[in-house]
Design a protein around this ligand. Structure first.
Ligand code: FES
Length: 203
C-alpha cells in the first residue's frame, strides 16, 4: 500500500516537471523567434522614409544623393549657357563674368521650377509692367517682351534666368549654391553650401 502511494506521488512529480520543461522551451522558442525577426526584418518605412524601428542588419540609413558632385569641365559649358541638371535640382549658368549655380527649389513650397526660353511675353501681353531683373537690369516690355527663366508648375511663381523671383507667390530668389574648381579641373557643386548671389567662379 505504501509502495502504491509512493508510485502515485512520483508520477505526479514527473508530470509537473514535464509541464514546466515544455513551458520553458516554448517561451525560449518564441523569444528566439522575436529576436531573429528584429535582427533580420526590414526597416519599416514611415511618412519620412524611416520610422526608427528597423532590424540590426537593415539599419535605418537614408541613402540620399550626396550634396556635392562633379559637373564636368568648364569648357563643357558655352558662354551664356543655362544647363539644368534636373536629377540634381541644380542649374549651372555661365556668363561672361563667370559660373554660378542655382538650387532649383522653389522658395514658395519647394517644387522644382522648369526652365523656359520665354517666361515674360504672356505677362507683357496681359499689360503687366515693371518686369525688371534688379541684378541684370533686363526689362521685359512691349519692345522686348521675351526673357528666359523658370516657371514653377505648382503655384505659378516665375524667376528670371538668374533665379530672381518676379511673379507669383515665391517670397525670394532661389538659392545660389557653391561651385568651385576641383583638383582635377572639374566643376565641383555643393548643394549644401549657399553662397551670395554676387558670387562668380572665374574659370
Ligand atoms: S511651390 Fe513653387 S509656386 Fe508654390
Amino acid at each position: 500500500m505504501q509502495d502504491i502511494k509512493r508510485l502515485i506521488e512520483d508520477s505526479r512529480e514527473m508530470s509537473r516537471r514535464s509541464f514546466f520543461s515544455i513551458a520553458g522551451w516554448g517561451a525560449f522558442t518564441v523569444g528566439s523567434a522575436i529576436a531573429l525577426w528584429e535582427s533580420l526584418g526590414p526597416p519599416p518605412v514611415g511618412k519620412n522614409g524611416v520610422d526608427g524601428s528597423g532590424g540590426f542588419l537593415n539599419p535605418n540609413v537614408l541613402y540620399e544623393d550626396p550634396a556635392a558632385f562633379k559637373a564636368g569641365l568648364p569648357t563643357d559649358y558655352a558662354l551664356g549657357s543655362t544647363t539644368v541638371l534636373t536629377d540634381k535640382r541644380v542649374v549651372i549658368n555661365r556668363d561672361p563674368n563667370g559660373f554660378y549655380a542655382i538650387s532649383l527649389i522653389c522658395t514658395h513650397l519647394g517644387c522644382t521650377p522648369r526652365y523656359f526660353s520665354d517666361v515674360t511675353s504672356d505677362l507683357v501681353t496681359q499689360g503687366i509692367s515693371g518686369i525688371r531683373d534688379p541684378d541684370t537690369r533686363q526689362v521685359a516690355n512691349k519692345a522686348n517682351p521675351i526673357l528666359p527663366g523658370f516657371k514653377c508648375p505648382c503655384h505659378g511663381s516665375r524667376y528670371f534666368r538668374d533665379a530672381i523671383n518676379f511673379f507669383g507667390p515665391a517670397p525670394r530668389p532661389m538659392d545660389r549654391v557653391s561651385v568651385e574648381l576641383g583638383r582635377d579641373g572639374r566643376l565641383l557643386i555643393d548643394r549644401s553650401v549657399v553662397v551670395d548671389r554676387n558670387f562668380r567662379l572665374k574659370a
